[in-house]
Design a protein around this ligand. Sequence first.
Ligand code: PPS
Length: 570
Amino acid sequence: MGAFKEPHGGELKDLYLSEDRADQERELARDYASWDLTPRQICDLDLMMNGAFSPLEGFMNEADYTSVCKDMRLTSGVLWPMPVTLDVSQEFSESIKAGQTIALRDLEGVLLATFEVSDIYSPDLMAEAQSVYSTTDDLHPAVAFLKDKSNPVYLGGTVRGIEPPTYYDFKLLRDTPSELRGRFRKLGWRKVVAFQTRNPLHRAHQELTFRAAREVEANLLIHPVVGMTKQGDIDHFTRVRCYEHVLEQYPEQTTQLSLLNLAMRMGGPREAIWHAIIRKNYGCTHFVVGRDHAGPGNDKEGNPFYGPYEAQELYLKHEKELDIAMVPFKMMVYVENKAEYAPADEVDKADTVLNLSGTEFRRRLREGLEIPEWFSYPKVVEELRKAHPPKHKQGFTVFFTGLSGSGKSTIANALMVKLLEDGSRPVTLLDGDVVRKNLSSELSFSKEHRDLNIQRIGFVASEITKNGGIAICAPIAPYAATRRQVREMVSELGGFIEIHVATPIEVCEARDRKGLYAKARAGLIKGFTGIDDPYDVPENPELVIDTAKLTPDLAAHRMLIKLEQMGYLR
Ligand code: PPS
């Protein structure tokens, strides 16, 4: 009917069984072998079952997989650019046979689908990377996935849908293709432009999307991905709150927002084609393709993996067959003298064009600096500031490391009191001895146990940091590799300041407050740090303090200055 053409000339492939059949299948599945789906497989299965991946009826068998990798087509001849495969462990694959039906369960064990296995095959993952993504460089997120995360065996076959995965967030904004098609029908929208995004939207995006829709006299669907996007992207909770604010900026009844539970591959040109097929399944007639669409960033040589317009070029080659028209993205700039946005190719020489790069925008957000109203909407900026507070409002971890008796506890205590006096955030002290009594009471001083002890401290510190508090840790932490792990874990969530308490061993031994050095020298304690167990001296700590030369008061003062310099204190 009219603009609502069926995808690929066929019906939407909704794979869900009727209630009765699903109940029967649930009974039978009690005896099936079970595969616990990975987060990415859950996204794929969700979109497969609800018809967004029509005409797929299951995870790809070897013939379809090979044909998709090589020619971007299913064996039926239908254009399909992306492998959608069920990767399982060698062990699991050996426990089943082709022809068998298995249960597909979510992380909690809920049965989402049953799967009739037709093919069990071991793919050449690097050949897949080369043909689908045109590279084997693991800076490409999809290649890194194939190298480090993918299971080695693929199962092909047919999916029977039992129930969709449960999501508790933004339920009203999550639509299946038939729901969205139905809504468009109800609203009388005969032409719909879909806009794909994994980033927050600002004024330029609002202008560009609205223009795109107006140009083709269509309505607009803002269709952001909330499944899996690129590492480092802004979390979808924050983004969706931002989208809701931006939605208020469109004239009433012109624009809809719906969330797409897609696991992106960042596959550039091929991914653009995939996105278009999915949007067509959702009932859209047009699709906006941007510069560097679904771009994975730069390769090892610092060059972009794909040319900026490669996605548009590939799309154009297949546009007719895709049967969803491409709307090329126009670069919008702010013309100050006219106080409005305009396509970059339409500005006059005399115009004053204002620009704020993504990098500069993120810097301003990080530093808590002003973000001009011409660039974004105050409510959007407020949401982003909440999610990315400036450094003086972020949580951080101060991680002391040093020999037994070096004075870690004393100066950690002094620092804690100073930070409590400052009062900007809650403070937790994870002192070596205290941790050993509580968190790690069963652990010894073997290498494995010391590592475990530090990892536990790191985990607690990262939780405190994530929630905006200050964690002060003061273990010996003798091994560089483990300290590095903790640094990585915490740095993703806030600040990490390593302080090497570099008091020389002679001084520590002379102090010998607990009499442990004497015992170690006498051979009564084995594996004592600095005596017969190694201490890796930190190579790049943020600060070095020798308590033989500084009073605790002066040491605390120096640490506070460092924290101020780094932006964590005001
Ligand atoms: S580690 O290596 O980071 O897990 O050590 P940590 O948890 O900080 O515990 C260090 C305290 O345990 C006492 N102790 C030992 N230290 C080092 N080596 C051995 N073999 C050992 N056995 C007991 C020692 O009192 C340490 O306390 P501090 O406060 O560092 O002096």
